[in-house]
Every structure is written in C-alpha cells, then in structure tokens.
Design a protein around this ligand. Structure first.
Ligand code: FES
Length: 165
C-alpha cells in the first residue's frame, strides 16, 4: 500500500484508459473505471489522483471528487491488507450491526477508517451493501461478503485473516 504516490498511468495503462473512454458517448462516463484503475494500482485514491483522472477526462476536480466520495468502494485513504466494511444501515443496525462494528473496533484498537499499526486491518462503517436479508454483514476488500454475523463468527474471521498475505 502506497501511503503517498505520484499518480501516473503507464503507456499500457493509457491504452486501457482510452479503451474505457471509447466505450461511452462522453469521456466523463469513464470516470468510474479510471478511478478503479487508480485504486487497483495504488491501493487507494488520493486527491492528486482524482485531479489526474480529471485532467485525463477534462473534468472539473469537484466532479471526480463527488464520484469518488459517493461510493464506498473507492478508498480515499490508505487501507489495511484486510479492509472490513461493516454495514450499519437499517436492517443491519436492527440485527446488531453496531455491535459487530464496535466489537471489531475494540478488538483491533482502531476507530472508523483507521488502519492497525501493522497494516493488517482497517475498518469502515458503510451504508447498505444490498445484503439486508442476511444482516448483519460486512464486506472484505470490496470482494467477499460475510453474512448473518455474530461476534463469534467475526472473531473466527479476524483470526483467519490475521496471517493472510
Ligand atoms: S442494511 Fe446492511 S446490507 Fe442492507
């Protein structure tokens, strides 16, 4: 994970960028895939990276900032190797979402959007991730859902993730 970086796409990546732009009637529509490319490359999206994407697409910085900050799948700060996004929206809240969030926060000794000193975990409170029927739930690294959570299941998950590379 780069804590600071100078955003720059390589020649090959620029081909991908142009491919994304060519798929849409207007270049501005490519803002999401370009932000995603930045996150895949650097692990998170800095303000400079948002400006860089804006320059490529000839978009005002505020527009790119608006998109990046609207979606929790875009990380606006460096995250841990295991980024845990805990839903505390209505269904999850009613079924113990805050208990799950607070348990993880206490156990890891980090608050919302913080990273453990060893860089292994980070935690973030998020809005509904569309898995309300299996609340409470969390998402790991924008990829995997863990559902019908209990404190015990969370403890097992944290244990299993501790030594992942
Ligand atoms: S309220 Fe948590 S997934 Fe919908």
């Amino acid at each position: 994970m780069n804590s600071e970086y100078v955003p720059q796409f390589s020649e090959d990546e620029m081909k991908q960028v142009n491919h994304h732009i060519s798929k849409y009637p207007k270049p501005m529509a490519a803002v999401m895939p370009l932000l995603w490319m930045i996150q895949e490359k650097y692990g998170w999206i800095s303000l400079d990276a948002m400006k860089y994407v804006g320059e490529i697409l000839k978009l005002p910085h505020d527009h790119v900032l608006g998109v990046a900050t609207f979606y929790t799948m875009y990380f606006k700060k460096p995250v841990g190797r295991n980024h845990l996004q805990v839903c505390t929206n209505v269904s999850c809240m009613l079924r113990g979402g805050y208990e799950i969030f607070n348990h993880i926060s206490d156990k890891l000794g980090i608050a919302n959007k913080e990273v453990t000193p060893d860089g292994v975990f980070s935690i973030e409170e998020v809005e509904c991730l569309g898995s309300c029927a299996t609340a409470p739930m969390l998402q790991l690294n924008n990829e995997e859902f863990y559902e019908n959570l209990t404190v015990e299941k969370v403890d097992q998950l944290l244990e299993s993730l501790k030594n992942t590379k």
